[in-house]
Design a protein. Sequence first.
Length: 88
Amino acid sequence: MVTAATTLHSTLGETDAARQLACRALFADPLPDAMLRAIRDAANGGFALGNERFPRRIAVMVGRRTWRGKSVRPKKRPTAADQLDLPL
């Protein structure tokens, strides 16, 4: 298979061997567990991953929410009328 090197890829080194070493070095250190979990959650949930503004900017472009919603339903606040319906 023949592939063309991108401009960014070519800046990693002058030879294929140098580029391969530089590319491997980029992934030498493992990601912290919290970052890996955030990447997996975003990928599995179809959410954008970034700072607070980034998902909102992407949402405008794609026309849908791109951040995780709240997973719990807000509690209903009892009203005075509800208190009258309690069994004794």
